[in-house]
Design a protein around this ligand. Structure first.
Ligand code: ZN
Ligand code: ZN
Length: 458
């Protein structure tokens, strides 16, 4: 139990830190205001309706950049611009799968990013069943020659999303492993947690020197159906048609906007999301909501007056297909004076914990944030903050302090990378809780004189 004096000490700490502000950035007042926010929903609604799917390197992603520049200007941000780079681009083709024998029927499938092609005529071959990725790893080299590997690695939902780390590798590295063992193609049970008949796409990667094989994900009901055929002890033959193409180097880009601070000598705070999405849905939870939450929070700060530190918005391009935007940002902006990095890229459900990677000199800031987030039912986590994909490069280059506002991921992988990632899945109340948490944190860190310089890495 906390004593009355520790509770009172917390109240004093909050009021002290805000007493000297030249603006109206009282964190708790901003938190209350942000719980009424409509800007975030407006951004998700607008981006999913007026642009829709926006796969990296395509004209749809270019339209999203134009949309983002117009929106961020309309919201009143400064220095709004698009920063272009080139990246290798893969696009989807035809995609069908059908059991030829013993029980002929079509299966719901989608190609994984970087999949090879079967050609228009498709590929008909015997299927070899691996209940887990470890079973595929254990298969003798050459044992899959001319065959289709089927990995049915079952993922369960977790609040912290950790099951993606445990079961995602069937998608991330399964195809490369199958290709090295001589497989003609691979199909996996989607890395997802729903039971809708929607396959989950996502990138896979082949090592240099390994020729990409056709690689697809079955919807979870279809993967279970196929597994039941094996349980009957029959040989299974499948016809697979996947005709994606590599269309070479295409233009992608980051969109950047700023809320300039009054003291440029204090390092800026970069807040990131990614603007690109997979092509199957309209990218509402992944990651229009992240752009919406971070921009709406920065807008709350703007409306209350100028902060001391600059807040920079990074709407990164091409995250899904290899974090090209984050890498381009890291290369272009290493010379800029950054203090802190944050990212929102885990949907739109409520934030349930906060984590830090701070130097000792900022310990009191972490305590202040921890207390200020308590009314939103956000507790302090036990992990060290690591930041999102799009800020990894700038964090590594500039050795930045990090705050993670962790969202509840229980239903995230029901929708992730599927046709079901659409606006109707956004809960406006939970979205507002996100904006309130981000507004609270930004009000504190953007007005703090604390030294966020991280100790030099060993
Ligand atoms: Zn994402
Ligand atoms: Zn994604």
């Amino acid at each position: 139990m906390k004593t009355l004096s520790t509770l009172l000490a917390g109240v004093t700490a909050l009021s002290l830190s805000t007493a000297t502000l030249a603006n109206d950035h009282d964190p708790m007042a901003l938190q209350a205001k942000a719980l009424q926010d409509d800007v975030a929903y407006d951004i998700v609604e607008g981006l999913t309706t007026e642009v829709g799917p926006r796969q990296a390197g395509t004209e749809a992603e270019a339209r999203a950049r134009n949309w983002a520049v117009a929106k961020l200007n309309a919201l009143g941000f400064s220095n709004v611009r698009s920063e272009a780079y080139l990246m290798p681009t893969w696009i989807r083709g035809k995609e069908t799968a059908a059991v030829v024998s013993p029980f002929p029927q079509a299966l719901a499938i989608t190609a994984l990013g970087n999949s090879g092609s079967t050609g228009d005529k498709g590929l008909t071959a015997e299927v070899v069943y691996f209940p887990t990725l470890a079973d595929l790893v254990a298969a003798p080299d050459g044992s899959l020659t001319g065959k289709i590997a089927f990995v049915s690695h079952e993922m369960k939902p977790t609040q912290d999303g950790s099951s993606y780390g445990a079961f995602g590798p069937a998608r991330f590295v399964g195809p490369n492993i199958a290709a090295k063992k001589g497989a003609a193609a691979i199909i996996i049970r989607s890395a997802g947690t729903d039971h809708h008949r929607n396959p989950h796409t996502g990138n896979t990667n082949f090592e240099a020197g390994v020729t990409p094989i056709p690689a697809g994900a079955l919807s979870i009901p279809d993967a279970e159906n196929l597994a039941r055929m094996f349980a009957r002890g029959k040989a299974v033959k499948l016809k697979l048609v996947l005709t994606p193409q590599n269309i070479g180097q295409q233009q992608s880009g980051n969109v950047i906007a700023e809320l300039p601070g009054s003291d440029p000598s204090l390092g800026m705070i970069v807040i990131a999301c990614h603007l690109d999405s997979w092509d199957l849905g309209t990218g509402a939870i992944d990651d229009a909501s992240g752009c919406a939450i971070t921009a709406a929070a920065a807008k709350q700060i703007m409306a209350a007056g100028q902060p001391k530190r600059t807040i920079r918005l990074l709407w990164a391009g091409a995250e899904e297909v290899g974090i090209w935007g984050g890498k381009a940002y890291g290369e272009a902006h290493t010379g800029d004076n950054h203090a802190l990095a944050m990212e929102s890229d885990f949907g739109a459900d409520r934030i349930w914990r906060v984590e830090f990677n701070f130097p000792d000199s900022a310990t009191s800031v972490a305590k202040e944030i921890e207390q200020a987030l308590q009314p939103l039912a956000i507790g302090r986590g036990t992990q060290k903050a690591s930041g999102g994909a799009d800020v990894q490069s700038i964090i590594a280059n500039n050795n930045l302090a990090i705050i993670d506002l962790q969202q509840d991921g229980t239903r995230y992988f029901d929708l992730h990378h599927t046709p079901d990632d659409t606006l109707d899945k956004i809960d406006p109340e939970q979205l507002r809780q996100n904006v309130a948490a981000w507004s609270t944190v930004l009000a504190i860190v953007a007005n703090s004189d604390a030294d966020f310089t991280m100790p030099a890495k060993q």
